[in-house]
Design a binder for this molecule. Structure first.
Ligand code: ATP
Length: 246
């Protein structure tokens, strides 16, 4: 769905194309209006990171692929932004790792849950789990405690792209190994997950799928998440390049 009047040579083509996906997600009922704000925060961090996959992110991708492949019961938790931005890649990751896809929303809405499920099914997901009011995880008291009994409830490893800090911490406190994708190395999510890929979801998911498809994904253990986050923060704080305009 390329923006009709935007040339591919435009220096911000990819960023604008990504915005179009989020807007289309809102129009389709997949993404909430609040998701636009979360996306803007991500864009700002991506800008500061130079809009590229850094070596610390590449190493986190390897660690995440190894953890997902080694899991007994991996689950990918999908919200409205992740679905709008990368539904085909989320489905590909589920295929590559044997993970289940489960919808989980911050701003609960049964209609959006169904819209996300439908979009993932259209992209080839064999099935998509929805939260069930029969099973909840502990340590969290809002609506996002509800989970599917055969999905996150049972999971040993959960991949939660673009998560909020409370739920990420709750998943950790429930004994799950948590992988997240978050452009902000300072966020509570980034700091509470076991493996944080500080990169744009749209850039790193294809790399994560490719890594997970390797016959034997390498495990660069022991993974040191705080060290990787410190590298990401350094990358953001680096001196600015010289101004190209004289
Ligand atoms: P936390 O509760 O973890 O401190 P937050 O309140 O800052 O997080 P939210 O609004 O819950 O953040 O979620 C948005 C997060 O997702 C932000 O950290 C933002 O940088 C990140 N984000 C947004 N878009 C992307 C993207 N395309 N790829 C990776 N990360 C993204």
């Amino acid at each position: 769905m390329p923006p009709s009047d935007l040339p591919t040579s435009h220096p911000r083509y990819l960023s604008l194309l990504t915005r179009e996906r989020i807007v289309a997600g809102v129009e389709r009922g997949v993404t909430s209006l609040h998701g636009l704000i979360a996306h803007g925060r991500g864009e700002a961090f991506d800008y500061l990171l130079g809009e590229r996959t850094h070596p610390f992110a590449a190493r986190a991708i390897s660690a995440a692929a190894a953890a997902l492949r080694a899991a007994r019961h991996p689950v990918i938790s999908v919200n409205g932004n992740a679905c709008a931005l990368a539904a085909p890649d989320l489905v590909a990751l589920a295929h590559a790792t044997g993970a289940k896809l489960e919808v989980n929303l911050f701003h609960t809405s049964p209609a959006r849950e169904l819209a996300i499920r439908d979009m993932l099914l259209e992209c080839g997901a064999p099935s998509v789990l929805l939260p069930s009011k029969t099973h909840a995880i502990a340590h969290i008291d809002h609506n996002r405690k509800w989970v599917h009994p055969e999905g996150i409830f049972l999971a040993d490893v959960v991949c939660v792209p673009l998560e909020d800090g409370d739920r990420c911490q709750a998943l950790v406190d429930n004994g799950k190994v948590v992988i997240t994708i978050d452009l902000n190395p300072l966020s509570r999510t980034a700091r509470s997950a076991h493996i944080t890929i500080v990169d744009n979801l749209t850039r790193c998911l294809p790399l994560l799928v490719a890594a997970a498809r390797q016959p034997d994904p390498t495990d660069p253990s022991p993974w040191n998440n705080l060290a990787a986050l410190a590298e990401a923060e350094q990358a953001i704080r680096r001196p600015l390049p010289p101004n190209p305009i004289p």
